[in-house]
Design a protein around this ligand. Structure first.
Ligand SMILES: Nc1ncnc2c1ncn2[C@@H]1O[C@H](COP(=O)(O)OP(=O)(O)OP(=O)(O)O)[C@@H](O)[C@H]1O
Length: 368
């Protein structure tokens, strides 16, 4: 567990945080420009001294104003990856990588360079690397310093679309074998969907949401970030097989079957699915002879959780529970009234579309 209890004053801006973060997995730190993301990670890494509070990685206290503890940044065992790679231009990739390594560890060196696909770059100098390659070297250097926490501050910000996707694939590989927590500052919700396990949202120096991505994604602080069309829920489902005839994958969601377009993951993999609220319709009895393949029994958890942007034309959002997971459906107020929907009703959710946003969650959790 990472304990973050801190007050930073950059008058007139004030950062007030009182949260814990899991000591495994990738936690995305998200918020508008000026919300305090950099101030938060700088306080954790020791670049900014909070006015008061406590910061601890598990039992290791990094900062405690009451006990007068304030470890210097180099003693915090935190690896830092910035927006720009910040490599030493006069050193080869190999020398850059070995720069922060406390002691020679050939096996670790090989493991990290292989994982990041940079073995063939070792003799080159940073000037001849692409932006994505530079970032992979920067990540490798941070990992080789044997950190207990890795902080990445928008590592893909300086990359173009294809390079960004490429780096994300490496980050996913990394996440599967890392056994340290990662704080990942990002402005991109798509990126967060692809790689994060947890999410912390800052707004004007305050934490407005913090928890597993699935929970935060469907929470009220996320609503302003998603247009009515983008309102969605994230659920996890296990890949159980593929259809014998059609190119569809069969998933298990809380004991119910969901069909999605064929995926490459191995059977047993946990997939993250994004289901848009506009893609769900609600029926009170199980439909027959329908073209929709995914019809799941659900309990109405809340009616009109929020009014949609189209509320002027009479839409509202209904929260549905399937086992331990939650879906959101945008339907008209007229339909709510017509179906006499109320909390606790058993209904059927018809899913018109389901997108897979992240595979291999099972793999990831196994190794953390
Ligand atoms: N050293 C400082 N002295 C005074 N004010 C500061 C200092 N550092 C940051 N601030 C202010 O604190 C606020 C939060 O800044 P911060 O850089 O933490 O935001 P951010 O969420 O990281 O923004 P961005 O996404 O634009 O990087 C801003 O108003 C900024 O101007």
């Amino acid at each position: 567990m990472i304990t973050l209890s801190l007050n930073v004053d950059h008058k007139p801006f004030r950062l007030r945080v009182n949260e814990t973060i899991p000591s495994s997995g990738i936690t995305a730190v998200f918020g508008r420009s000026g919300a305090g993301k950099t101030s938060l990670i700088n306080a954790i890494s020791g670049l900014v001294k909070p006015e008061s509070g406590q910061i601890a990685l598990g039992d290791k206290v990094l900062f405690d104003s009451a006990a007068n503890i304030d470890l210097a940044p180099e003693r915090r065992r935190i690896g830092y990856v910035f927006q720009e790679a910040r490599l030493f231009p006069h050193m080869s990739v190999e020398k850059n990588l070995k720069y922060g390594q406390p002691k020679e560890n050939r096996a670790k060196f090989e493991e990290v360079t292989e994982l990041l696909g940079i073995e063939h770059l070792l003799k080159r100098h940073p000037a001849v690397l692409s932006g994505g390659e530079k970032q992979r070297v920067a990540i490798g250097r941070a990992l080789l310093s044997e950190p207990e926490l890795l902080i990445m501050d928008e590592p893909t910000a300086s990359l173009d679309g294809p390079r960004r996707q490429e780096l994300i694939q490496y980050l996913l590989r990394l996440a599967a074998s890392l056994n340290i927590p990662v704080l990942y500052v990002s402005h991109s919700l798509d990126e967060i969907l692809q790689i994060a396990d947890n999410m912390l949202i800052l707004n004007e120096g305050q934490v407005v949401a913090n928890g597993p991505l699935h929970d935060v994604w469907g929470s009220a602080p996320m609503r302003p970030w998603l247009s009515a069309k983008e309102q969605s829920a994230l659920v996890s489902a296990k890949l159980v097989g593929h259809h014998a005839t059609y190119g569809m994958a069969q998933l298990d969601l809380e004991g119910e079957t969901i069909w999605v377009t064929k995926v490459d993951d191995a059977e047993g993999a946990l997939l993250r699915l994004r289901i848009f609220a506009n893609d769900i319709s609600i029926v009170k009895s199980r439909p027959v002879d329908t073209s929709i393949r995914n019809v799941l029994p659900a309990i109405v958890e809340d009616v009109c959780v929020s009014e949609c942007e189209e509320n002027a034309s009479g839409y509202c959002q209904v929260a549905l529970r399937i086992g331990n997971q939650r879906l959101l459906a945008n339907i008209t107020q007229w339909a709510v009234d017509d179906l006499h929907l109320s909390q606790g009703d058993t209904v059927y959710a018809q899913l018109k579309g389901v997108s897979v946003t992240k595979g291999d969650l099972a793999y990831q959790h196994k190794n953390f």
